[in-house]
Design a protein around this ligand. Structure first.
Ligand code: ZN
Length: 387
C-alpha cells in the first residue's frame, strides 16, 4: 500500500458537492458522538459504528423526514465518518485519549472518503484527471503525480484554506508486470553501493539517482524554498510577531517545501522499483545480494545521508517482495563473505584492498571495475542464507 496526496481543481459544482458531503460527514460524526455520550453516561458503554449505521438508516431517518438530506451524501463517505468516530471512542475506552470531541467547522479535518465499489470497478486515474465516485472526473493540478500502474483502493477529498486535495491509497496492479514463464537457469549477483546504486554481475550498471539532473534540480529548488521559508520566519521574529501563527504566505511556502520533499522521495522509490523490475525481468534462477549492515552504516554520520538517499532498505524489501512474487530465490551472502576482496578470475584474496581503489587489479592479469568484481563474486557465492 502506498499513499499519494495532491491538489485537485474541482469545478464549481464539484466544490459544492465536496463541501456538502464533508458537511454531512461532520454532522454524522458529531451526531454519533452526541448519541454515544448519552449511552456512555447511562451505562458506560458505546454503540458500535455498525449498530449506529443500521439504526440511522432504518429507524432515525424514517422517523425524522426532515433529516432525509443525510441520504443525499455518499453512503460510503458517511459510513467512514462513523467508523472514524468509532475509532475515537475505542481509543478513549482503551485509555489512549480523552473523550472524543466534536468536530468544528473551522477545524477542517473532516474528509470526504471514497472507496472502490467492488472488485471489478476501478477508480480511474489519468495523467490529468481522476474519476472519484459520486463526483465524476476531477482535474489534477500536478499532472502524472499519481502513478497510473497502481490500483487505487480508496481515497479521501479534503479542503484546506480554500484548496482542495485528494489523497489515495494504492496497491500494485498485478497485471502490469507479466508473469515470468520460467527461470533462465543463471543467477545474478547485485553489488549495492554509494557511487552507483547497483552493479550487476552481467555488467549492467544502475547509476546513483541522486547524481541525476532531475534530483539535483529538485534538491536545489528545495534548498531555495527552505531558505525563503526561514527568511520569512526571521522577518517575523524581527517584527516581534508570534511565530506559531502562520500567515497565508508562510502556509504556501510550507506547502511548496512539502511538495518537493514528496516529489523527491517518490522519485527515489520509483527508481528503486524500476531497477528491481529490470532485475526480475532477466528471469534469473536466483539473485544474490550482500547482507548490508544498514543500521550500522547509518550511524556513520558521513555516510548516513548518502545511504538514506539511496533507499537501500526499500530496495531490499521491494526485491524480497518481487522475488517472492516471481518465485526467484533471493540469496543473502554471509556478512563476512569478502565479495569485494576476492579476485573474480583466480579466486585469490586481496586483503589490503582500499575503499578508494576503484579498479581491482590482480597478479593473474585481471583489471576490472571494483563493483563489477564484487557483483561477480556475489553471483558465485556459496555461503548465503535465503531471504
Ligand atoms: Zn586474480
Amino acid at each position: 500500500m502506498k499513499a499519494y496526496k495532491t491538489q485537485i481543481k474541482p469545478s464549481d459544482k464539484q466544490r459544492c458537492k465536496i463541501r456538502e458531503t464533508i458537511g454531512v460527514c461532520r454532522y454524522i460524526y458529531n451526531f454519533y458522538i452526541a448519541h454515544n455520550k448519552q449511552v456512555y453516561e447511562k451505562d458506560k458503554s458505546f454503540m458500535s459504528a455498525n449498530e449506529f449505521s443500521v439504526w440511522l438508516n432504518n429507524v432515525y431517518i424514517p422517523e425524522n423526514p426532515d433529516k432525509k438530506w443525510i441520504r443525499d451524501a455518499s453512503s460510503k463517505a458517511v459510513k467512514q465518518s462513523i467508523r472514524n468516530a468509532e475509532i475515537a471512542f475505542k481509543r478513549f475506552f482503551r485509555g489512549l485519549s480523552g473523550f472524543p470531541k466534536f468536530k468544528k467547522k473551522r477545524n477542517q479535518d473532516v474528509k470526504m472518503y471514497f472507496v472502490k465499489n467492488d472488485a471489478k470497478t476501478v477508480i480511474e486515474c489519468e495523467r490529468h484527471k481522476i474519476k472519484i465516485p459520486t463526483l465524476g472526473c476531477v482535474r489534477l493540478k500536478e499532472y502524472g503525480y499519481i502513478p497510473r500502474d497502481e490500483i487505487i483502493k480508496s481515497g479521501a477529498v479534503s479542503e484546506k484554506a480554500g484548496r482542495f486535495y485528494v489523497s489515495v491509497l494504492t496497491g500494485e496492479n498485478p497485471d502490469t508486470v507479466n508473469h515470468i514463464p520460467g527461470n533462465t537457469g543463471v543467477g545474478i549477483g547485485v553489488d549495492l553501493g554509494l557511487k552507483e546504486l547497483a552493479v550487476i554481475s552481467n555488467g549492467q550498471v544502475f547509476e546513483n539517482i541522486n547524481k541525476t539532473k532531475k534530483i539535483k534540480e529538485l534538491e536545489k529548488r528545495l534548498r531555495r524554498e527552505q531558505r525563503s521559508l526561514s527568511r520569512k520566519y526571521e522577518n517575523k521574529k524581527k517584527r516581534k510577531e508570534e511565530l506559531t501563527k502562520r500567515s497565508a504566505n508562510i502556509e504556501k511556502n510550507v506547502h511548496r517545501v512539502q511538495k518537493i520533499h514528496d516529489a523527491l522521495s517518490r522519485k527515489r522509490q520509483e527508481y528503486v522499483r524500476y531497477v528491481v523490475r529490470i532485475l526480475v525481468k532477466t528471469k534469473p534462477k536466483y539473485i544474490t545480494i550482500e547482507d548490508l549492515n544498514i543500521s550500522g552504516m547509518m550511524k556513520n554520520k558521513h555516510l548516513s545521508k548518502a545511504i538514506a538517499g539511496q533507499n537501500f532498505y526499500y530496495f531490499r524489501k521491494w526485491l524480497e517482495y518481487k522475488c517472492k512474487q516471481f518465485d526467484i530465490e533471493l540469496r543473502v551472502a554471509d556478512r563476512f563473505y569478502p565479495s569485494s576482496k576476492l579476485c573474480s578470475k583466480c579466486g585469490k584474496k586481496k586483503a589490503d584492498l582500499k575503499l578508494k581503489d576503484r579498479v581491482y587489479i590482480c597478479d593473474c592479469g585481471i583489471q576490472i571495475d571494483r563493483d563489477l568484481n564484487a557483483a561477480i563474486n556475489l553471483e558465485r557465492c556459496t555461503e548465503y542464507k535465503t531471504a
